[in-house]
Each structure stands twice: as C-alpha cells, then as structure tokens.
Design a protein around this ligand. Structure first.
Ligand code: AGP
Length: 609
C-alpha cells in the first residue's frame, strides 16, 4: 500500500505535497518522491528511505511550480531504491501509483517490443509508457489514461500530469482508494483524505473505474467508458488524528477491518484459474527443486509462529510432506538436524526479527533452501532468502499483528496450492476448487466484520475477568494460541491457548466460574470431541464463549455466548475464526483502557535476542 498526493492551484506545490505525504507515511515509507511542473518542464525528485530524506534534497535544490504530484512507497514490485521510487515518467507523462498491476509483465514485454525503454523494476512504470502509447497528437491526456487503464488488470490509484497539458492532472482508481478535494482556487488528490485536511474538508471519494480530470477550479468525473458521472460531495468532520486512522479510533481496529482487502491483495496476480495453479515468480525454487524436497521446516516467532503451525496442517494435508514447525529462538540453539535440500520456510511480518534471521542463516549453512513469507519488501530476511513470498498487506502499525497474520495464512494457502500442484498431490480440478474457495474468503471475512457489535457485547460481559482459556483442535489449535496471544498482549489479561484434547491432562484444574473459556468449534471431523470438551468445562461452571459454524444449534443452548462463523472448507476456517478473536481482544482492551496500538513492554519488531 503506498500513498499518493496531487495538487493543482495557485500556491507552491512542494510544501503542499510534502505536507500531504507526511500524513500518508503510515501507508509506506521505503522511498518518496515528487514531480512539479516547473516552467514548461516537469522536474522529478526522489529519495530512498523516509520522507525526511526527500525534504532534505528539496531544501538543497528547490522545485518551484503550482502543479505537482507526490508519492510515499510501500514496495511490492522492485526493491526499495531511488530507481524504483515514484514518480515514474515516460515521454508523454509523469505519474504516481498505488496498487498492483497483475499483468505488468506481458504489458512490459509488449511495450519493450514496441521500443519503449524501461528504467525501473516496477509495475508502475508500465502504466506510464502505456499512457504514452495512447497519448498521440490530438488525444487528450484523460483519454490516454482511460485507454491505458482498460489494458491493465489489477488495482490502481493514479495521479498523472503532462507537460503537454500544463494545468491539468488526471486521477483514476480501481481497487485502491482515491479522493479529490477542492477549494475556490485549488484542487487536491490523495489516497487518503487525511493528506488534504489542512486545506479542505470538501471532498469526493472516487468509485471503482472513476477517472477525474482535475484543474485548479474544476473537477470533472467520468467512468471507465468515458461517460460523465456524479459522485456525492462529503464534508469531513474528523479531526486529523482520527483521519490518520481512517476514522477508526486505533490502527489495530483499522488494520482488522483492512483484512478483506489485504487477503485479496496477497492473492492478487498470483494464480491462474485455468490451470488451477498458484503463480509465485519470486519463490526461488524451480518445480523440479520443489519436487525433490524431502521435508519442510517452518520457523518463526510469536504470531508468525502461529501462522507456521497452521501451515503444518495445510501442507501435510495438501502436499503430503512432513512439516516440522519450530519457534525460532528454540531452533537456533539446538544444533537442529536440517538436511541438505530441506525446504526451510521462515515467516516474519517485519523481516527483521533477530531469532528468525538467525534461524534462517543456520538453515542456509546446513544446506537447506530458504523461502520467506515476509511483509516488508527488501527487509533483511527477504534479501537473505533463496525465495520470497510477500504478503501485500501494507505497513502494519499496530504492535499486535492482525492483517499480517491473515495475509501470512493466505500466503501459506497459495504456497500449499503451488506445492500440491508441483508435487502432484493436487490435480487441476483440486487446484480450481481451492482457488474458488480462496477468492471467496474476503467476502466471508467482510461478513464477520459486519457483526462486530456481537463481539462488543461479549467483550462487555467478560472484560473484567483476570484469566481466559482458549481451546481449539486440529488446524484451529494454533488459532486458540493466537486468540490468547492477542488478548494478553493488548489487554494484559492472562490468557492461555490449549489443544482442547489436553484439558483433562491438567488445565481443567484451573476451571471455575471466574475463568471464561473460548472454544473454537468448526463443523469438522473433530466437532463431537470439541463439544465434549465444552461440556466438561461447562460442568465446572466456567462461562463458555463458543465460536461455532453457521447453522449450529446445539452449542447455542449450552454456551453462555455464541458467535457463528460462515461456512467454508475446514482448512480455511482458521482465517475466519481469527477475525472475531482479534475483535474480542481489541474491544476487551479498549474497555480496560489499555494502550491498544502500543501495548506496554512490546515492540513492533523484535530485532534483538
Ligand atoms: C504479534 O501480535 C506480536 N506483536 C509478535 O508476536 C510478532 O508476531 C513477533 O514478534 C514476530 O514478528 P515478525 O512477524 O515481524 O517476525
């Protein structure tokens, strides 16, 4: 996820662009850049790293002009570098882009064949040359942009300027947010309203396929077919701080609600429905090398380790290969029996966790092939791995990992599909069936999020309790661990996750009426056993909070609180069970007045041992 801004007016553009980008840094910060129409030429300035580096460069050599665009990057294609930083330019235009162009490779090939020269590794630069291709004499910039967007597949929010139409900026969106704002003498474009709040509160949110022709005094909207459209004018009443969180009170809640989009973005462009295959170009191993893998390791920390535990169930079921999962801080000091040609998977949101990095280095030394599931493009773990599978969920600001976790699970589903097809344990029909189920997940997640009020009601009943127990079986045992971790790290309540079948081996001694027990009870082959665990707990007077499959009636009569989960394949249920547990932890923490986004004693990335 990146941040884009644009300005057309009477004032110097640079201060307005930089001020807007500063409000968007939460969307990405591995590089930044601006382009300004200075006289008759568009000048571009870009810097790697935080926005401050760009500001320093602009102080050393000013850019002057009243029309400009700006960008703060969260890399998806092409490592963080000045060369890959936006804005990108072609002969006829300069643009900034947020989103993922799924078919950028074939488009790039075609444009190179037609003589276009590329200077970056990004998918964005393809759009700049595509616009240029349509921007022939007599063609308006808006028309060229519209024609180009009809060729691309994927998601985009664009702001485009050209020396050939000096007072005009074109904005277009599909799959990524874009908002335009106005004053009497200027117009603004941004990924997020927060970037323009200092100048205007009169905004219009573009809708799917919209394109805006923006001048200092007018904004004209058309759809992707070129027909004029009308969109509602909105008066923003938020204060700036609330706006940075998209109107949510905390980044954690905002990121919980981003999950339908981030799950989709992690899948986007990575599968071919016709062949029922996942297409993972950066995975680093050839199908032949994958076919030769004897054993799979998954090593990580914290929430990422929980994702690894889910991965074990997935890979053993879909790929029929033994999977060994380890906590990184344990693995690295055990002189582990890693064999040459083992597949060693590490999972890390930050890509900088010291224990996970050390584990990956140890595995490499022992001859294993390392593939990492990482969120930060160009992070140390990504750079040191043989292959990488990025979770395209954008920066995760809340210390408690939420959207990164479900993106990690999504990446694991894609990897399991890839391996299953490569190793022949999944036929074409199986692959297509998996893809059908996976592409429906964001819709089901949206449905669960839409019932947040039910979770708030549960949180209100139990937020004063001092201990919680979370029980799950099979592929949802790791989700019991994750639900407990979420609750303890944001609300400071002691919570434990346990395999439900383990209750009688000790933990049941803890049970009393003061200990709420959360039970995850999907309608799978372990359902009856989970119900008996629930009855054991109920018989000892503990309040039972049951998360059950849609349509389940029985448990509703026994449990003290019930939340139903939409029906999906048992192997996909972890993503759906996670969402209400994240909401439960969040709302309990808020009710207890905890510092939800920065819980005490925690850091977003544990770069020390
Ligand atoms: C997750 O809610 C925690 N903040 C923490 O357990 C985190 O998952 C762990 O530190 C691993 O971080 P990583 O994914 O960046 O490697």
């Amino acid at each position: 996820m990146c941040g884009i801004v644009g300005y057309v007016g009477e004032q110097e553009a640079v201060p307005i662009l930089i001020g807007g980008l500063a409000k968007l840094e939460y969307r990405g910060y591995d590089s930044a850049g601006v382009a300004v129409l200075q006289g008759e030429k568009i000048e571009v300035r870009r810097s790697v790293g935080k926005l401050a580096n760009l500001q320093k460069s602009l102080k050393e050599k000013e850019l002057n002009g009243t029309v400009g665009i700006g960008h703060t990057r969260w890399a998806t294609h092409g490592k963080p570098s000045e060369q890959n930083a936006h804005p990108h330019r072609s002969e006829g235009c300069v643009l900034v882009h947020n989103g993922i162009i799924e078919n950028y490779q074939p488009l790039k090939q075609q444009l190179e064949n037609e003589g276009y020269k590329f200077h970056s590794e990004t998918d964005t630069e393809v759009v700049a040359h595509l616009i240029d291709k349509y921007f022939q004499p007599g063609v308006k910039l808006a028309e060229a942009v519209r024609a180009a967007t009809k060729d691309v597949r994927g998601s985009y929010a664009l702001a485009v300027i050209s020396e050939r139409e000096p007072g005009t900026m074109i904005a277009a969106r599909a799959g990524c947010p874009l908002v335009v704002g106005t004053t009497a003498t200027a117009s603004f474009v941004a990924s997020d309203v927060m970037a323009m709040l200092a100048h205007t509160r009169d905004v219009t949110y573009l809708e799917e396929g919209d394109l805006a022709v923006v001048t200092a005094t007018d904004i004209h909207l058309i759809d992707i077919e070129g027909r004029p459209v009308k969109r509602k004018l909105t008066k923003i009443t938020w204060d700036a701080s609330a706006a940075e969180k998209g109107g949510f009170p905390h980044f954690m809640l905002k990121e919980i609600h981003e999950q339908p989009q981030t799950i989709l973005d992690t899948m986007r462009g990575r599968y071919s429905y016709d062949t029922g295959e996942a297409d993972l170009p950066d995975i680093g191993l050839t199908p032949k090398e994958f076919a030769a893998v004897g054993r799979i390791w998954i090593v990580a920390c914290g929430t990422s380790w929980h994702a690894g535990l889910v991965g074990k169930y997935l890979l053993e079921e879909m790929v029929r290969t033994p999977v060994q999962v380890d906590i990184a801080s344990e693995f690295r000091y055990r002189d582990p029996l890693v064999e040459k040609d083992d597949l060693f998977i590490t999972i890390s949101q930050s890509g900088e966790t010291a224990d996970t990095l050390a584990a990956a280095r140890e595995a490499k030394e022992k001859g294993a092939r390392v593939v990492s599931i990482v969120n930060v493009v160009g992070s140390t773990l990504a750079r040191e791995s043989d292959g990488v599978l990025y979770t395209h969920c954008g920066p995760e600001i809340g210390v408690a990992s939420t959207k990164a976790f479900t993106a990690q699970l999504t990446a694991l589903y894609m990897l399991a599909l890839h391996l299953g097809r490569v190793r022949g344990t999944l036929a074409v029909a199986d692959g297509k069936a998996w893809l059908d189920r996976l592409v429906r997940l964001p819709v089901l997640v949206e449905q669960v999020l839409g019932r947040e009020a039910e979770i708030v009601a549960i949180a209100k009943r139990y937020y004063k309790k001092r201990n919680f127990l979370f029980l799950g079986r099979g592929i949802n045992y790791p989700i019991a661990l994750e639900g407990a971790l979420k609750l303890k790290e944001v609300s400071y309540i002691h919570a434990e996750g346990y395999a439900a079948g383990e209750m009688k081996h000790g933990p049941i001694a803890l049970i009393d009426k003061e200990m709420p027990v959360v039970v995850l009870a999907p309608k799978d082959r372990l359902y009856e056993k989970t119900v008996s665990n629930l009855m054991e707990v109920k018989a000892r007077h503990a309040p039972v909070i049951a998360f059950v499959a849609e349509g389940e009636r029985e448990l509703g009569k026994i449990a003290d609180a019930v939340f139903t989960i939409p029906d999906t394949h048992p192997l996909l249920s972890p993503i759906l069970f996670t969402i209400p547990l994240q909401l439960l932890a969040y709302h309990v923490a808020v009710l207890r007045g905890a510092d939800v986004d920065q819980p005490r004693n925690l850091a977003k990335s544990v770069t020390v041992e």
